[in-house]
Design a protein around this ligand. Sequence first.
Ligand code: B16
Ligand code: MG
Length: 223
Amino acid sequence: MMATAKMQACLFDLDGVLVDTAQYHYLAWRTLANALGFDISPEQNEQLKGVSRMESLDRILAWGNVSLPDRARTELAERKNEHYVKLVSQMPTDAVLPGAIALLDALRAAGVRTALGSASKNAELILRNCGLDRYMDAVVDGNRVTKSKPDPEVFLRGAQELHVPPQFCVVFEDAMAGIVAAKRAGMKAVGVGNPADLQQADWVVPDLTAVTFGKLQQLFNRT
Ligand code: B16
Ligand code: MG
């Protein structure tokens, strides 16, 4: 009989999975687009999730048919980030999403290693502000990767730092780009959000309260 693989590590996206910051990214980008004379729809915003700051800006400028030199683009990205940091600094203490702490506690109690795998350059600040830093054995964020999701770099690096082979890892993601990155890394992918937006996930949950240790292990029992 073939032995069943066991889950050894969980890698978490930050924005939209552990913390309700996706709404602040949207608000800050929308404010910027409005100042340039156009708007961003919720569907367009969906395509920005998990995408780096500069790449997000470039997509937004293309949607608005705005072409700018590098210096002006850098200034706009800085302006958006200042607004975003202001918003997350005022974030309520209950910004940690439902089920996140209970799941992290359960994983730690079971000896499962944990890492953050986020595109955000503000990840350390947000983790600290929300008291989530103590739950992570490794943090790989936008300051530490060269390739954005859907490239698997962020998750492969997380697994490497945890000394766990990719096939024993589960990734939690709210973005299509992140699910694709997890699958390219050879990991199981749990989508958090709307199944229509997360079609390549192995399992989609509305939020982390639906996640149990047993159900995660079942992902490994499938062929
Ligand atoms: P920052 P995640 C991503 O974080 C966000 O989903 C995405 O909307 C944002 O543009 C990106 O971080 C960069 O964030 O501007 O803070 O560096 O979902 O990968 O945790
Ligand atoms: Mg996200």
